[in-house]
Design a protein around this ligand. Structure first.
Ligand code: SF4
Length: 782
């Protein structure tokens, strides 16, 4: 390979497919799939081919910007950081620390900034981290916490050993959300012994290739899941031996479903009895795994739907079982474990929402800002997030941000959100900094790929972690870093570790400020705060990770002997004497050696490496409930679950004259990449951002394909071109997300989030219910 070719990953979705890119004159010029990538194995979608349009465009930031009466003006880093810190300190001292919130970090391809964002929040004393994970998946995490004792690690489908995929609200052919999803889906759909079953109110591209598409009425996912469970239990098709061995609460749950009126339930979903019974027979006899995504999770009864499909998997014996859904391992959890012992401190000020796994749903943020409570959120730091285009209810976000006393945005581009900020700080892009992601998408292997910088950033762009560290320093959050620690960071990493251990004993708030200390010492030596943070993450791993890493060749036991080498004993003794404390003794732990080996391997393996293996047959041991069994009963959901009956739902689902149709607000397509590609050329000549409508409805409303129509909801109105399509049912329309880009004075498509209300959300998780928005469509006579 010539020197200008590099291995890296696509950063446009969470799968991070392997790429080979050519860089000439500091620009990405050619992109190819990495055929030898251990995970994506040469697969990429069309978005991956367009990462240059994410990297190089006219909206890239080149200076810190300050908003003045004349608009944005470039300022120096020193000026920006010192003025921001003064404003923030003032707001916090006039109010309370909870008047500050952090949004973002952990974007699709870069997770290390969140280490710094979380530390910044801790130092300020606010718990509020608003993140997109809480926009779609935290209900699933919460259910997993209740049933498996693992909010941090919900089960993932084992498609390698399953003979059937149950895809619920998942259009993997377009949205992926599983590595090599289109290839896997096509394999299941065409294999004579395998099956792909789709339950979806949309006729997605996944539904089109499926063996079976159960096309339920919009908004009836919970009714349908209840009916499936009822059929299995009323027919005694459950997996009794699995339930007896591994499940608690079956006797309490079963009677609720024995009374369920199956014909009435299925009728409300628009599904005939034969179709449902045949599916249940397959579910009770096949080796199937579940993939549930936003068609269901961003729909009515979101958290209940997660609960019901988890129950369905359990009564069929599909959890923690080969070919079912398995609890994966990780290097760092995406969502931490925050269970029932929530304090008042953790609840939001206005709506009193609790976090799930340390994250708050972006959907509630406008109300937490735009209210009259004296302690409401008044200052916000946003990093790598564009809520004005990405989240439900653009108007509510705009109003809320106008009400903020202070908004700072860290980003690579002058986004629609950055335009509203008081200060905008230029960050290095994913291809200009060291970074990685911690998604646990693989089983039994634990995989990590560290991306190195390929492009030289402008001198004014910094790694996000460095920006937050500098801001923390300006705020006075950093402990006094000793000269000996700074000097040690320029030596070998073992010497630095011993100095760090010694320093940690005497520095107050060392733990909270740990990433910042690393950034200012090792980060400087390595020329990367992110790299230093990763080194810190690896050094602080617990026993479980270490044992798994041992199975991947990063020996733990043999490390003991090398840790006890003469050099190490001498270095530790010297550090103990110099610093007059015994913390450096920890430097003799075998884990230190192991972490260093892993770190070394990651920096030398641009295509990533396996950091551990799990045992298929031991997955039940990953359950962390008190009795070690799967828990079927969640009392907090009991009333809600019971309230979902065919009778009541048919009243709730009745369409009104004002809004006779249902808008599916947002769907993945080959032409949208969230809001991450700003250069519009990549979709030039393609038809995108249309309103999709069933031919019968188009006929009913006398609208032709290509005609302009207005879609009107309670929240707003947008006008777009109509596309007649069989991908939606009669009575539905569909508009993709990700449009509404403003670039170089031109607009590209319309932002569907103008049509959604942030109050239309799940009562438990706050997830927006984008998939079910009552609307009407009017033809425009242009
Ligand atoms: S956008 Fe496409 S190429 Fe990029 S990571 Fe996702 S699936 Fe892979």
């Amino acid at each position: 390979m010539k020197e200008s070719w590099h291995k890296t990953t696509c950063v446009l979705c969470e799968l991070n497919c392997g790429l080979k890119v050519q860089v000439k004159k500091n620009r990405i010029t050619t992109v190819l799939p990495d055929n030898n990538h251990p995970i994506s194995k040469g697969y990429i979608c069309r978005k991956g081919l367009h990462i240059a349009d994410h990297q190089h465009h006219e909206d890239r930031l080149t200076h810190p910007l300050k908003k003045t009466s004349k608009g944005f003006e470039p300022v120096t880093w020193n000026q920006a950081l010192s003025e921001i810190s003064v404003r923030l300190k003032q707001i916090i001292s006039d109010n309370k620390p909870k008047a500050f919130a952090f949004m973002g970090g952990m974007s699709k391809g870069c997770h290390l900034d969140a280490v710094f964002g979380k530390a910044f929040l801790r130092m300020i004393g606010s718990p509020f981290h608003y993140h997109s994970i809480a926009q779609e998946h935290t209900g699933w995490h919460w259910i997993s916490g209740k049933m498996l004792g693992r909010q941090d690690s919900p089960p993932i489908p084992d498609t390698n050993h399953a003979d059937m995929i149950l895809a619920v609200g998942w259009d993997g052919m377009e949205s992926h959300q599983m590595i090599r999803a289109p290839i896997i889906l096509k394999t299941f759909a065409t294999h004579p012994q395998k099956m792909l079953v789709v339950i979806d109110h949309r006729t997605t591209n996944t539904a089109k290739i499926a063996d079976v598409h159960i096309c339920i009425q919009p908004g009836t996912d919970a009714l349908f899941a209840k009916s499936l469970i009822a059929i299995i239990l009323q027919e005694n098709w459950e997996n009794s031996s699995y339930i007896n061995s591994h499940v608690t609460g079956f006797d309490i749950l079963r009677p609720c479903f024995l009374k369920w009126n199956i014909p009435l339930g299925l009728k409300a979903c628009g599904i005939n009895m034969d179709e449902a019974y045949v599916l249940c027979h397959e579910l009770s006899t096949r080796k199937w795994c579940l993939k549930i995504e936003k068609g269901a999770l961003m729909n009515r009864h979101s958290t209940i739907i997660s609960y019901l499909y988890m129950i369905l998997s359990i009564i069929c014996g599909r959890l923690c079982t080969i070919g079912g859904n398995l609890i994966p391992g990780y290097v760092s959890p995406l969502v931490s474990q925050s269970d029932d012992d929530l304090t008042e401190f953790q609840k939001t000020i206005y709506l009193e929402y609790p976090p799930i796994g340390d994250f708050y749903p972006p959907n509630i943020l406008p109300e937490e800002i735009n209210n009259h409570h004296p302690d409401r959120i008044k200052a916000l730091l946003i990093c790598a997030s564009n809520p004005i285009r990405s989240y439900a209810d653009t108007h509510a976000f705009e109003q809320a941000f106008n009400k903020l006393k202070f908004l700072t945005v860290i980003d690579i581009a002058l986004t629609e959100t950055a335009e509203m900020a008081d200060y905008v700080l230029p960050a290095c892009s994913a291809y200009e900094s060291w970074d990685t992601v911690f998604y646990p998408f693989t089983f039994p292997d634990i995989f990590l790929q560290l991306r190195k910088p390929l492009i030289q950033p402008t001198e004014n762009a910094w790694e996000s972690g460095t920006i937050i560290t500098q801001l923390a320093e300006a705020m006075g959050f950093l402990p006094n870093i000793s000269e000996s620690l700074i000097q040690a960071s320029g030596k070998d990493r073992y010497t630095f570790l011993l100095a760090l251990l010694a320093f940690s004993k005497n520095a107050s708030q060392f733990e909270s400020a740990f990433p910042f200390v690393l950034s200012k010492t090792l980060g400087k030596a390595m020329k990367s705060s992110h790299l230093a943070a990763l080194w810190g993450i690896l050094q602080t791993q617990g026993t479980t990770f270490r044992k798994r890493a041992d199975t991947a060749g990063f020996e733990l036991t043999s490390g003991i002997s090398s840790a006890l080498s003469l050099y190490k004993l001498f270095a530790v003794s010297k550090s103990i004497i110099t610093n007059l404390n015994f913390m450096p003794l920890a430097g003799l732990f075998p884990g230190v050696q192991q972490s260093e080996k892993i770190f070394q391997k990651l920096t030398e393996s641009p295509e990533g490496t396996y950091l551990g293996h799990m045992d298929f047959n031991q997955n039940m041991k990953e359950i962390q409930t008190l009795d070690g069994r799967i828990n079927l009963v969640i009392p907090e959901l009991s009333d809600w679950l019971q309230s979902i009956s065919p009778e009541l739902e048919s009243i709730r689902l009745k369409r009104t004259q004002q809004f006779p149709m249902i808008l599916i607000a947002g769907c993945s397509a080959k032409t949208n990449a969230h809001t991450q590609i700003r250069k519009p050329d990549w979709n030039k000549g393609l038809r995108y951002c249309t309103v999709k409508m069933h031919p019968h409805d188009a006929q009913k409303y006398c609208i032709d394909d290509g005609q302009m129509v207005s879609v009107i909801t309670k929240s707003g109105e947008i006008t777009l071109e109509l596309e007649i399509s069989l991908s939606v049912q009669e009575g539905q329309v569909n508009i993709p997300h990700g449009s509404g880009l403003k670039y170089q004075g031109n607009s590209y498509g319309e932002n569907v989030n103008n049509l959604t209300a942030c109050q239309n959300r799940d009562q438990f998780s706050g997830i927006p219910l984008h998939q079910y928005v009552p609307c009407r469509v009017e033809a425009k006579n242009i």
